[in-house]
Design a protein around this ligand. Structure first.
Ligand code: SF4
Length: 339
């Protein structure tokens, strides 16, 4: 089956309905045995050093993947660098299909754009809707995995992240994914609940590029009970229909729409502190100003650049932040937002 590269979450139902398989280039980039070499590919071609490593990694991955000849690029609702990414890939002979989330979340415009994508790929609308139905078991399992993370603690923050982030392409096999995630759920339901252990932390923003963030937080006594963007990738509102699912998906829309979801989730998950991940050289870093103003909890803004383990400074900042939350939980005075 033909593989189609994606640079962020798009209506993958259209891709499967066309008899193709989506490949999330972000996941392929970080899972690569040598992600630094993929960034190097981009930099050797002239991509600036002071540009986000994710976008350079996507570029290097797309060029070095012999099985990817076509890429869907989100021209509105993802990244300010996408247009240049599209053009440089096209320059290398990659076929690029644009997709744009409507700025105002207008249902008719979103449906028209999704139908256009389906048509471009060679899928009918009926087949696209049928795939949406077939994906329900996998998406239901992800909702259950998320629930078991914050309600009982039977699923760790790292496990939650891995499962939810993989739903951007379902690893090329939604039915196999449903089966594997169902087995994981059965095993997790036998696990010892740990809901009261560790301070409860939310992780907001772009998926972190650090490889050991969850292990480090676990070791320091913090549990991630809310992975904001991976949860969005899993489409928790899928039951409302294909178009509504992508209207409720917060990532492509403005920060205020995202904040409504964030506030609701941190309240019901009893979150005690927030880590806002900001990627170096990403325009979304600017949104940190609003996030810090709008969320009334201790917030740590964590910046990452290249793939790999946490650097010493980030480890120290995280450790201090967790200690602050632990002191706060123990009633040792309110703490200011950590800068
Ligand atoms: S982290 Fe920011 S700059 Fe980098 S690819 Fe994502 S949206 Fe673009």
């Amino acid at each position: 089956m033909k593989k189609i590269g994606i640079t962020t979450t798009v209506p993958i139902e259209t891709i499967y309905a066309a008899g193709c398989v989506p490949v999330d280039l972000n996941n392929r980039f970080v899972a690569s045995p040598d992600p630094a070499s993929l960034i190097g590919t981009a930099e050797r071609e002239g991509w600036p050093r002071n540009m986000c490593a994710w976008v350079k990694g996507i570029y290097g991955t797309a060029l070095q993947s012999d099985d990817i000849e076509t890429v869907i690029a989100v021209t509105r609702g993802d990244c300010s660098n996408t247009e240049a990414l599209m053009e440089t890939l096209q320059h290398h002979g990659v076929t690029v299909i644009p997709f744009a989330y409507p700025h105002d979340r207008d249902a008719a415009a979103l449906e028209a754009e999704t139908r256009k994508l389906a048509e471009t790929l060679g899928a009918t609308w009926e087949a696209t809707l049928a795939v949406h139905e077939k994906m329900k078991p996998a998406r239901e399992n992800l909702i259950a995995i998320d629930e078991m993370t914050w309600r009982t603690g039977a699923v760790s923050g790292g496990e939650n992240f891995s499962w939810l982030i993989s739903s951007s392409d379902f690893e090329g096999d939604p039915e196999g994914f449903a089966k594997r995630s169902g087995e994981f759920l059965r095993e997790a339901s036998q696990a010892q609940p740990t809901a009261n252990e560790g301070v409860r932390v939310a992780l907001l923003g772009i998926p972190p590029i650090f490889a050991d963030l969850f292990d480090f937080l676990d070791a320091k006594g913090a549990r991630v009970v809310f992975n904001e963007i991976p949860r969005q990738f899993s489409m928790p509102h899928h039951a409302l229909g294909l178009v509504e699912q992508y209207r409720r998906y917060t990532y492509p829309y403005d920060i205020f729409f995202r904040l409504k979801d964030i506030r609701r989730e941190i309240a019901r998950r009893n979150v005690e502190g927030v880590i806002h991940y900001a990627q170096s050289f990403c325009y979304r870093q600017i949104q940190d100003i609003i996030v810090r103003d709008e969320i009334d909890l201790p917030i740590l803004t964590l910046e990452g650049d290249r793939p790999g383990p946490l650097d010493a400074r980030s480890r120290l900042r995280l450790e201090t932040f967790v200690e602050i939350l632990q002191l706060k939980r123990d009633g040792q005075g309110p703490q200011p937002k950590e800068k």
